[in-house]
Design a protein. Structure first.
Length: 153
């Protein structure tokens, strides 16, 4: 792998816990790599697996999903739903030839800014070691075919 590679990580965060943990990390001046772009969602259980697939196909090298600890979800049991979906998503990615470890699920409460910053740092290093995601044709294959046909006509 090249030493110059800087991975792009997309982080889907729960509004009530992990997004606030990231905010806490910032206000506490906890440093974590700038490689992650956080997207706030109301709940980790609302994360459609297609959002993860889209992030990876559009250029992300890894995706971190974060939410409330099991049993502490503001929407009762939605984080269990996120856990089940993540397990199935990782299986699907593996069958597609994508390393399932490029998707990570982390539980972090609002008070765990230091912990979340540490987990982000660890994940960025793991993805850096793996190198860029070599997903065949990062562009939508259907669009690529249409573009080729329009050129040849």
């Amino acid at each position: 792998m090249t030493n110059n590679f800087e991975p792009l990580i997309i982080g889907f965060t729960c509004n009530w816990c992990s997004y606030r943990a990231a905010d806490m990390a910032g206000t506490g001046r906890e440093k974590y790599p700038p490689n992650i772009r956080l997207i706030r969602m109301m709940c980790s259980g609302r994360l459609d697996p297609m959002f993860v697939m889209k992030a990876l196909s559009d250029g992300a090298d890894g995706v971190m999903i974060t939410g409330c600890h099991p049993g502490e979800c503001h929407y009762l049991e939605q984080n269990y739903k996120a856990l089940r979906r993540t397990i199935l998503l990782k299986r699907t990615l593996g069958q597609m030839g994508v390393d399932p470890e490029r998707v990570k699920l982390v539980w972090a409460s609002a008070a765990e800014g230091v912990y979340l910053a540490k987990e982000i740092g660890i994940f960025v290093e793991e993805i850096r070691e793996k190198g860029p995601l070599d997903w065949p044709s990062r562009k939508n294959p259907a669009i690529s075919i249409v573009e080729k046909e329009e050129v040849s006509v």
